[in-house]
Write a protein that binds this ligand. Structure first.
Ligand SMILES: CC(C)(COP(=O)(O)OP(=O)(O)OC[C@H]1O[C@@H](n2cnc3c(N)ncnc32)[C@H](O)[C@@H]1OP(=O)(O)O)[C@@H](O)C(=O)NCCC(=O)NCCS
Length: 187
């Protein structure tokens, strides 16, 4: 394994237009400028910090994700650019646990706004859902903490067959889910 493999796994996945590779130390500096954009920051963080986001801040959050699953950088094949981050992460919130089930959640961010709405998010998630259900044999896939006003994110999950599992925090955020059974029905 490479020394700069921050993610601690060696899983490489590929879609038509994207490569998903282990997140590396060097990727944090690429990510930081995008977190200065309030739209991106508030979409990614339910409780954004008061201070501007730094590489160390992102590293702290990412370290926990790396320990709890598969942290990826999203690379656009055509340009070779690293354009975002995602994590196939074992459920770490009590409210998302289901006794006897293997449950995963999935934070995702395409950093550059100009790349939103081109199907990249869906392409990455579809690939990771397939990996999670078919290879890791999970029972339930549950993206958590989607801000109620985040239409793009909600549309992404709905377009992949997920439904709202619960409203949290007085309706401030939504948790989505899809079961293995419903995933199988999608064909
Ligand atoms: C959320 C995010 C990952 C979605 O990825 P994306 O590449 O922009 O989305 P896609 O182009 O794959 O679109 C997915 C679906 O949402 C729909 N959609 C896209 N933008 C939309 C919008 N502004 N309003 C409503 N629907 C929208 C698409 O039509 C598509 O559905 P379809 O396949 O049925 O047509 C991306 O926009 C992003 O990183 N946003 C900022 C961070 C964020 O919100 N992360 C999620 C936190 S919970």
């Amino acid at each position: 394994m490479r020394m700069d493999n921050f993610a601690g796994h060696n899983l490489h996945l590929e879609t038509a237009r994207l490569r998903l590779r282990p997140f590396e130390e060097a990727d944090f500096d690429l990510a930081v400028p995008f977190y200065q954009d309030p739209d991106f920051l508030t979409a990614m963080e339910v409780d954004p910090p008061d201070e501007p986001v730094t590489s160390d801040y992102l590293k702290g959050a990412a370290r926990a994700m790396a320990e709890q699953g598969f942290l990826f950088a999203i690379v656009e094949k055509a340009s070779g650019r690293t354009i975002g981050e995602t994590c196939l992460q074992w459920m770490n919130l009590k409210r998302g646990e289901v006794p006897g089930e293997k449950v995963m959640r999935m934070p995702i961010g395409i950093w550059d706004k100009s790349l939103w709405g081109r199907g990249y998010g869906k392409e990455a998630v579809r690939c990771l859902m397939a990996y999670a259900f078919e290879e890791l044999r999970i029972d339930r896939f549950c993206p958590m903490d989607v801000r109620t006003g985040n239409a793009r994110s909600a549309a992404l999950w709905r377009s992949l067959g997920l439904t709202v599992a619960r409203e949290v925090d007085g309706g401030k955020v939504l948790d989505f889910e899809i079961t293995r059974e419903d995933y199988g029905r999608m064909g």
